[in-house]
Design a protein. Structure first.
Length: 320
């Protein structure tokens, strides 16, 4: 088994400085060598390091392109890939890779830590060891290995800001990969896609502003898909539809998702052409919208891509 380790940065490879934790080269690299020498990990591995190291809080779609491009460039030379990554945007990256690594038939394991390898009683050593060993039995697809659990790439979300067990997913038996005939990396382009959460008393003009300028919109609705009675909502959605701007709805709740049309307060969204995001996470919906826009598809194809399951992002079907 040959594994390519892609070290992007994150807490796992940081040291304590006067200003707080900061990334430093050599930490993850030295740890891997030591683990291999102690037979804590098996198989051959090579290492690619981001230059400069990426602070995941500052991660951008071009960073996804670097990671995905690196996997694509070395795809035929390795049996598996491990990506070390900061925890704050790890779920976004795992979703982005899940969609855009089309035809992936090898495991891609993301991992990181809440405390650096350089401090005592850290979680990085376990997570890195587990990720390197997970490649031997993980199925093809994108996974997050964290706190002793292997989590689905499009169902995972960061649920705690500081606990070692910071990530969770919704258990399901759907493959974590995009099944197509041949492997291909789909590059992400830059788009303006705001994520808007409805709140009591919000200024509806922000909806009109986004409808005028955005390339796509994610709406975070209450509960199963209800929204406030804003006079600006219908005109904004009408303008988005006229401009062929895709709008997809998701829930502010951690579980259950939206089911547009269940309540009259949400039925207007369906009538306006808003796509039902079902129980997908906001990370999965946002990155899927960027993925669909990046494919330069027709409006019909784009809506089909957003509404249909690709690699397990939906745990339930729409029943109407």
């Amino acid at each position: 088994m040959r594994t390519l380790v892609i070290h992007t940065g994150g807490t796992i490879g940081m040291v304590q400085t006067a200003e707080g934790y900061a990334p430093q080269l050599g930490i993850v690299e030295d740890c891997l060598v030591e683990l291999h020498s102690m037979n804590k990990i098996t198989g051959d591995f090579e290492l690619v390091v981001a230059d400069p190291l990426i602070d995941s809080g500052k991660a951008m779609p071009h960073d996804w392109n670097w990671i995905g491009g690196t996997i694509s460039d070395h795809y035929n030379d390795f049996d598996a890939f491990v990506v070390t990554h900061g925890s704050d945007t790890m779920a976004f990256t795992s979703c982005a890779l899940s969609y855009a690594l089309e035809g992936l038939d090898k495991p891609v394991i993301l991992t990181g830590s809440m405390l650096p390898l350089t401090v005592q009683n850290n979680d990085g050593l376990r997570n890195l060891t587990d990720a390197m060993n997970a490649v031997h039995d993980a199925g093809a697809g994108v996974w997050v290995q964290f706190a002793g659990r292997r989590l689905h790439g499009t169902r995972v979300r960061k649920s705690h800001s500081s606990a070692f067990d910071a990530f969770h997913d919704a258990a399901m038996d759907v493959p974590a990969r995009r099944i197509v005939d041949a492997f291909k990396w789909q590059t992400y382009s830059t788009f303006n896609v705001p994520v808007l959460a409805f709140t009591p008393g919000m200024d509806g003009e922000i909806l009109e502003h986004c409808a005028e300028r955005a390339d796509g919109i994610v709406l975070r609705c209450y509960g199963s898909g209800t929204v406030p009675d804003l006079p600006e909502l219908a005109p904004a959605l009408g303008l988005a539809k006229k401009r062929h701007v895709p709008v997809i709805a998701t829930s502010q709740c951690a579980e259950g998702g939206v089911a547009l049309g269940t309540y009259a307060a949400g039925a207007a969204l369906l009538e306006a052409g808003v796509i039902d995001g079902r129980d997908a996470t906001v990370e999965a919906v946002y990155t899927k919208l960027l993925y669909g826009l990046s494919k330069d598809s027709s409006e019909c194809d784009l809506r089909s891509t957003l509404a249909a399951p690709i690699c397990g992002e939906f745990a339930r079907t729409i029943l109407r």
